[in-house]
Design a protein around this ligand. Structure first.
Ligand SMILES: [Zn+2]
Length: 289
């Protein structure tokens, strides 16, 4: 599933490609014909992400709300010029084309035109977003209030977008390991200091995910990524939701490492389905609450 950092990056890519232009909109697959007609030729003002939602704000207060869900993709590519755009491949729900770029939306769970009031209602239901830390409504205390009342496990709470926006399965597994938190502790039993540390860590890690287009949680990779960025050598934002080349090898502490030795203590990494997704954790290292 695209996590918050992917959506944030995609919003920047879409905005760079289309903001200020009047893209043609169509629904080659036919399931968004009326919506596409409403957007067609309208000036696109800006693109934002909130948690896992994308909002494309057009002139006249017309806003397109996209939720990619588990398998959705919004691929942005440059084209050689008018008349040089390749025909759509597969079930493209929405296609946007301007003089320089084409974007194809496939497989999204939600594609609809909404009002500013509906955007506010959607955003209001989301928990604080670590990528927006420091802005109103994105204080960790909002998440802590919801956690304190929850009997569900912390691992489930972290996947709940009304507790915390933008965190998906990879970050949930990795962040719990980084702080040695027992994933099965009820949210209400997590110490405030622990949650605050988790939050601060997400605030530091998610922007690295945005900058590099991949999830970085291993301490040596995180340190290298921070170094690269501080030297102004971070990679430019590349295209689409699929991401481009990876700057770092794909390495994690526990994610998708079931049965392999824990990098810290050597005992086998375990897995179990929780909130519909595979949780990975080290039963020996992760005892904190
Ligand atoms: Zn371990």
């Amino acid at each position: 599933m695209p996590e918050g950092h992917t959506l944030h990056r995609l919003a920047a890519t879409l905005e760079g490609a289309f903001a200020g232009s009047r893209p043609q909109a169509s629904s080659p697959q036919g399931r968004f014909v009326e919506g596409a007609r409403r957007l067609d030729g309208l000036r696109l003002e800006r693109v934002d992400s909130w948690g896992k939602h994308l909002f494309l704000t057009y002139a006249e207060d017309v806003i397109l709300n996209v939720h990619l869900g588990l398998i959705g993709r919004f691929d942005v590519t440059a084209h050689a010029g008018p008349g040089q755009v390749d025909p759509p491949v597969g079930a493209v729900r929405l296609r946007l084309v301007n003089d320089t770029h084409v974007a194809d939306l496939r497989g999204a769970t939600r594609v609809e035109i909404v009002t500013p009031e509906e955007v506010d209602a959607t955003v209001g239901r989301l928990g604080p977003d670590p990528l927006r830390a420091g802005t109103p409504g994105n204080e960790p205390e909002r998440a802590m209030l919801r956690l304190a009342r929850s009997r569900r496990t912390i691992a489930e709470c972290l996947m709940d977008q009304s507790v915390l926006a933008g965190v998906g399965n990879v970050y949930r597994c990795e962040i719990l390991f980084r702080h040695r938190v027992d994933p099965f502790r009820p949210g209400g039993e997590i110490r405030p200091a622990t949650f605050r540390a988790v939050w601060e860590d997400l605030v530091a890690l998610l922007p690295l995910g945005v900058a590099f287009g991949q999830i970085l949680t291993m301490e040596h990779q995180v340190a290298d990524a921070v170094d690269l960025l501080s030297q102004g050598r971070g990679p430019a934002v590349t295209q689409g939701s699929g991401g481009g080349r990876s700057a770092f090898p794909r390495e994690y502490y526990v994610y998708q490492r079931a049965g392999q030795p824990c990098h810290v203590c050597g005992s086998r990494v375990r897995t179990q389905v929780l909130s519909g997704r595979n949780l990975f954790w080290c039963g020996r290292c992760q005892r904190r609450r």
